[in-house]
Design a protein around this ligand. Structure first.
Ligand code: HEM
Length: 188
């Protein structure tokens, strides 16, 4: 996705750099170049510069949006995988250790889930325009899976029996992984 945006921008930037190559420095010493042959910058060039700046800004905003989304996904999904992997060691540290670590993880997990929901809505508003019907179908499925993962994590935290903890823990993990795969599918 980002690669596509950058690839689209780079030729425009290099074409512009080539067009300005050989230009002289402006008198204000600001390091800017005047067009070859001197004189005022034609309005067409101003338009090109403005649209390049808008393109760069859009790229920066897209970078922030996807970075926040992927970072929160890393905490939500990766945290569950790491916690599951550490569980046998945690249990060997004492009867209370795994519960306390799980509680500590909850303090990271729920803010990450909130960021996922917010940036997810941001993603939809930024990326849904002109998408095929299949994209919307995948998105609808993904939202269902995300909500199920949230419910599963909530019930997992409330479970008191070993069976309840195992059931809701594993269902949450599978749903979270599915959300991640569907997200990658959506990004294309
Ligand atoms: C457990 C929760 C979630 C996980 C693990 C997750 C994960 C991901 C990942 C890994 C990507 C790919 C990003 C990339 O490759 O650039 C993605 C993209 C996306 N996600 Fe999520 N996501 C979650 C929640 C949501 C929610 C709640 C929504 C909608 C309300 C959403 C909507 C989207 C959209 C539309 C994209 C495509 C963005 C684009 O192409 O610009 N996600 N997600």
């Amino acid at each position: 996705m980002l690669g596509r945006i950058l690839r689209r921008m780079l030729p425009a930037c290099s074409a512009r750099a080539a067009a300005w190559g050989g230009g002289r420095k402006l008198a204000d010493g600001g390091g800017r170049s005047a067009p070859p042959g001197g004189g005022l910058v034609p309005p067409e060039r101003n338009r090109q510069t403005a649209s390049m700046l808008i393109g760069a800004l859009a790229t920066a905003v897209t970078t922030i949006r996807l970075t926040l989304h992927v970072l929160a996904a890393a905490v939500w999904v990766g945290g569950q995988i790491v916690l599951a992997g550490l569980l046998p060691t945690l249990r060997s540290l004492g009867p209370d250790a795994s519960r306390r670590i799980a509680q500590a993880f909850g303090r990271l997990q729920w803010p990450a889930y909130a960021v996922l929901l917010l940036t997810g809505i941001w993603n939809v508003s930024a990326a849904s325009k002109g998408q095929p019907h299949l994209w919307s179908l995948v998105l609808g499925f993904k939202v269902g899976v995300v909500l199920f993962a949230g419910l599963g994590a909530f019930l997992h935290q409330r479970s008191t029996s070993r069976a309840g903890l195992a059931l809701w823990g594993s269902l949450t993990g599978v749903a979270s992984l599915a959300a991640l795969v569907l997200g990658v599918l959506l990004a294309g």
